[in-house]
Design a protein around this ligand. Structure first.
Ligand code: NAG
Ligand code: NAG
Length: 248
């Protein structure tokens, strides 16, 4: 379901697109790394209009929920990232919320990556394709310090077209070391040895600098690009840590 609502009354009645998504209320509320606010719904207010408007007025808002679900009395407004195709596993207190994030190809893509640190067992590649990021470092991928392991590959199964790749660096100050000089490449070719053969893939975008904490590195192609594989490869000599990816 798509919800089209006028955004803040600015130039030309620009439309702000929000998409519905099912998520556990407790999962949204429990995230101690997020910014959030709970507002009372005034008597007679229409929940969708009131809550989406409050979300639009806060530049950090990425999700809103009117709750409890049958007769909402509150709006929960959060910067948590929930992709429209996120699949909730905890259905006990599931709620229809609305996300500002676009429908994307990274969510539920198959992912391969360089070796991950055994000492950080939660920071696995699957975190990058689960459609959820709450700014907790344990929602990131962390690869070992080795030339052959600073990479990820998303596989969409067949060529898909997109124009944007967004990579999120970690929130803490090591972002500059662990997300630095990253190239994104695309290809349809299956038989490659990563990361050595990535040089033969087409360059989609590159981020030469050191990331600042929580930096969202957006790469945009002037025209849609179609490819089955998208790779992220860090050239800087350090372990690689990336926390969320969107491809759309
Ligand atoms: C991911 O891999 C599994 C197992 O190889 C396959 O069945 C599935 O179709 C793949 N999905 C995509 C999106 O490529
Ligand atoms: C991948 O294949 C599709 C069509 O099958 C084509 O349009 C696209 O340009 C190819 N992409 C690359 C990076 O070669």
């Amino acid at each position: 379901m798509l919800l089209l609502l006028p955004s803040a009354p600015v130039e030309g009645g620009e439309l702000c697109l929000m998409r519905s998504v099912l998520i556990s209320l407790q999962r949204v509320q429990a995230a101690s790394f997020t910014k959030q606010e709970s507002l009372d719904l005034p008597p007679g207010a229409r929940p969708a209009l009131y809550c989406s408007n409050k979300c639009t007025l806060r530049d950090w808002c990425r999700l809103w929920c009117a709750y409890p679900s049958n007769t909402p009395t509150h709006c929960l407004i959060s910067n948590i990232i929930v992709m429209p195709t996120y699949q909730e596993t905890n259905m006990a207190d599931v709620l229809t919320c609305h996300t500002t994030r676009p429908k994307d190809l990274a969510t539920h893509a198959n992912i391969t990556a360089g070796k991950q640190y055994m000492s950080h067992p939660l920071r696995v590649k699957e975190n990058l394709v689960d459609g959820f990021y709450n700014y907790d470092i344990n929602q990131c991928l962390y690869t070992v310090w080795s030339n052959s392991d600073r990479w990820i590959t998303l596989d969409f199964g067949q060529p898909k077209c997109f124009q944007h790749v967004i990579l999120y660096a970690q929130e803490s100050s090591s972002a500059g070391q662990l997300f630095n000089n990253v190239q994104v490449r695309v290809s349809n070719v299956t038989a490659v040895t990563p990361p050595a053969d990535f040089a033969s893939y087409d360059l989609f975008g590159e981020f030469p600098g050191a990331a600042s904490p929580g930096q969202e590195v957006e790469m945009k192609s002037p025209k849609p690009v179609c490819a089955r594989f998208v790779t992220g490869h860090m050239l800087y000599d350090h372990p690689f840590q990336v926390c969320h990816i969107e491809v759309f």
